[in-house]
Design a protein around this ligand. Structure first.
Ligand code: GLN
Length: 198
């Protein structure tokens, strides 16, 4: 079967485990470097990227994760997870580091700090019908490198046109939180990426 880890140092780990299980994957929380070995894929959840970064470094996970990503491990990052996968961060903490891998520049809390969260329908390339996206202090993608494919943009309001889902190689990232809606289509998309690569 397909074993997919959820980085479990901080953030909404349990919701991702449930969504992955609903997609037929064997989902396991990951906290230690040695737990990376059996994985066919990994989810980096939403949460707080500055805290996640500190814990990833404290637990000795940064280098092993960077190596697996460079090796082609499929990774899906949601919200703070998107920030963790980004090569460049705007409005980050001065000492903030990421795992990187995605040739994108993200802006943290991009939709405005006063707008804590909002929801809306978005079209996601690869999904048959619009997706109800929940944004919580979300980043957006401000720049993409040539290898990055844009999968979704905000469709109305002041942030119209902003990029909120991307893919590059085996990496997938969304600004929004598909683990909180009960709609598992984004997780299915990721499980397909994992299966096609393992
Ligand atoms: N604002 C958070 C950060 O910068 C992300 C929010 C989230 O993951 N819901 O990490």
């Amino acid at each position: 079967s397909t074993t997919i880890g959820v980085l479990a140092v901080q953030g909404d780990v349990r919701e991702h485990l449930h969504a992955l299980q609903a997609c037929g994957a064997h989902a396991v929380p990951v906290r230690r470097p040695e737990e990376l070995a059996p994985l066919h894929g990994l989810v980096v959840p939403g949460g707080e990227s500055t805290t996640m970064d500190k814990l990833v470094r404290a637990f000795g996970l940064q280098e092993p994760l960077r190596e697996r990503i460079a090796d082609g491990l499929p990774v899906y990052g949601s919200c703070a997870g998107m920030i963790m996968l980004a090569d460049r961060v705007l409005d980050g903490r001065p000492d903030q580091q990421t795992l990187g891998g995605l040739d994108i520049t993200v802006r943290r809390n991009a939709f405005g700090r006063q707008v804590d969260s909002f929801e809306g329908e978005v079209h996601v390339e690869g999904l048959d019908a619009p997706y109800h996206a929940v944004f919580i202090r979300a980043p957006w993608v401000e720049e993409t490198g040539p290898g990055v494919r844009v999968l979704s943009r905000v469709e109305g309001g002041p942030a119209a046109g902003r990029i909120v889902a991307v893919t590059q190689g085996a990496l997938l990232a969304t600004s929004f939180h598909p683990e909180v809606t009960g709609d598992t289509r984004v997780h299915r998309l990721f499980v397909q990426i994992v299966r096609s690569r393992s």
